[in-house]
Design a protein around this ligand. Sequence first.
Ligand code: MLT
Length: 408
Amino acid sequence: MVQVNGNYLKLKAGYLFPEIGRRVKAFSEANPTAPIIRLGIGDVTEPLPEACRTAMKGAIDEMGTREGFHGYGPEQGYPWLREAIAKADFQSRGCAVSAEEIFVSDGSKCDSSNILDILGEGNRIAVTDPVYPVYVDSNVMAGRTGDADDAGQYGGLTYLPITASNGFIAPLPEGKVDLIYLCFPNNPTGAVATKAQLKQWVDYALANDALILFDAAYEAFIQDPELPHSIYEIDGARQCAIEFRSFSKNAGFTGTRCALTVVPKGLMGTAANGEKVELWALWNRRQCTKFNGVSYIVQRGAEAVYSAAGQAQVKALVSFYMENAAIIRQELKAAGLTVYGGEQAPYVWIQTPEGQDSWGFFDHLLGNAHVVGTPGSGFGAAGEGYFRLSAFNSRANVEEAMRRIRSL
Ligand code: MLT
């Protein structure tokens, strides 16, 4: 009989969001008339920007002609999209990122897991706690951890607790680690790092020959002009960081799929024999073998994000969700809850009321307000006692959910 990858057997329960889905399904089967509002998974609800739709329709028409048909595209993405990204997202902010360093992909979730393909097994890995579960689970699947303990923490990983007492900004590891996952604006806490805080991480990574995997999927939601959107705004980051970005949340591409990963030229890792190896070349090799690129139609849609109309429409979408976040913050505070985040990120991080743990609060809100959120403990042991609400929903649903929570 075929052998399975035993690492999968180390994984705790289901992946967080399917697990929530399972519980919500069971609830709605038992209560078929309950009008459930979902503020759990951070999935967008508003229509795709018109500029993107128009560009995609144009691309479909092109594909219907002999001259405009496109088969396999470049594995790294079409040069016109990579150029647009490099210019608008990086060079405009003073980051020396070139088009060649941008790899267009179908998602940051995939890329942040797939990147492990090019990294060695012996790396000491640091993650925050709570954390976006993909970083941990993909390391477990790849056999880079030991077993989970009773608290759900995996052997071999260094957990950096982020709580209200450190403003949800992880402390530097006490010892030496080789690989660090950072996510700003943060999923799930909504915290964001200043330039000075990111600089400490870059300095740590340079001093310890470590690599930072920087997830900037929510950068478009930053409101304060002083805050960094990219790790490459910090001197030295090109020598120690890979950055992930996505069109999912700013342009509503969660179902359309387009993202990008920046691997700077000259960013080096070490082979077992001590030889220095360029990570760009390994990632390029990996993508060419295992990935056939994002569809031409979708890349044309992503390119339209950078048109004048696209920029205005994306800005409006981001503002819409950030107004939802402000409503959630304000209403929950009025309900007497302690809330964090939601000011530079589309997630509001709530301290659960006295006497209720994360899943207890989940059941309470689902059962009594028919509102679905995400239990903080699902993001890690230090997330216990917290709860996440996503600002991605219609205004009517957000207002109704808040009305129900306030009347509890
Ligand atoms: C979340 O709810 O944390 C997000 O949907 C995660 C993701 O984008 O994969």
